[in-house]
Design a protein around this ligand. Structure first.
Ligand SMILES: [Zn+2]
Length: 289
């Protein structure tokens, strides 16, 4: 059964990589100041919170949100993480899609492309694509952004195209990125638009090239988007590390560095998988500015 589902996703993900003719006509809305859009990219049911060194009774919820983000800057746009189920898995007129993965059951209510469209964007408008990391629940619609410039650390890109592939991802979700225009991120801080307002920060450990996103919003104030530096808020509160980190010592060091950065900047931390906190964020087409 699972094999069938995965195969179906693989096939539809390949189809999703072909941009529509209409997309090439579209022009992204111009913005005068920075905006941050949050998209609902689904929910994960997690069978075993023990993988995070947590017990269900210690937690507000064992469910995880899956969030995707678009940063709109006067100089261009950045897509950050692209979901757990490709849009191509939705049937026309269908309601939601549920897929069983090895460590979770994912449900997505609305395709990412329709949420982007409601905010005035099509994938072909997006200037830059960056992924917090390569795991299956962050990359599902990556092929749709193969026309964007991909911002990625070398270690992460190497792992994504490793042979044999890592079992923690689905290569067909992102194989079109192999020939994308690519910028290899070499520095710990990568200033996306050159004005210090949007910075990709290295935070390795969960994966070799794991990264987080700092967005300095003019009204909301600074926000740091976590990737999977933490999954559950209880990991932060109770100081627990997942059992399946690529390098747990590195994760611990990244957490110390990022906590110091949060203190210095006064930034809010948005934990992408924090079900309760994510539910309270306003979703596109509304935005933070
Ligand atoms: Zn994740």
């Amino acid at each position: 059964m699972l094999k069938h589902i995965v195969l179906r996703i693989l096939i539809s993900a390949i189809v999703a990589g072909v941009p529509g003719a209409m997309a090439q006509q579209h022009r992204a809305p111009a913005v005068k100041s920075l905006r941050l859009y949050v998209f609902d990219c689904g929910v994960l049911k997690i069978a075993d919170p023990g993988r995070y060194h947590l017990k269900a009774e210690e937690m507000a919820s064992t469910d995880m949100s899956v969030a995707c983000f678009l940063v709109a800057h006067p100089k261009g746009t950045l897509m950050w993480d692209v979901g757990v189920i490709p849009d191509s898995s939705f049937k026309p007129g269908g309601t939601g899609v549920t897929v069983e993965y090895p460590t979770s059951v994912a449900t997505v209510a609305k395709p990412l492309a329709s949420q982007l469209a409601a905010a005035g964007y099509v994938p072909a408008d997006v200037t830059y694509l960056a992924l917090s990391h390569f795991h299956y629940d962050h990359v599902a619609n990556a092929n749709a952004f193969a026309g964007s410039t991909w911002l990625v650390p070398k270690l992460e890109r190497d792992l994504m195209f490793a042979d044999p592939p890592s079992p923690r991802t689905v290569p067909a979700f992102f194989n079109a990125l192999k020939t994308s225009k690519t910028v290899i991120i070499k520095d710990a801080d990568y200033d996306v638009f050159g004005d210090q307002s949007v910075i990709i920060k290295s935070a390795p450990g969960h994966s070799p090239g794991h990264q987080v996103l700092f967005v300095k919003l003019p009204r909301t104030g600074p926000v740091l988007i976590s990737g999977d530096l933490y999954h559950y808020p209880e990991e932060r509160k109770l100081n627990r590390l997942p059992t399946t980190e690529f390098n747990a010592d590195q994760t611990a060091a990244s957490r110390v560095a990022i906590e110091a950065f949060l203190k210095k900047t006064g930034a809010q931390l948005w934990i992408q998988h924090d079900f309760t906190a994510n539910a309270k964020l306003k979703k596109a087409p509304q935005y933070y500015e």
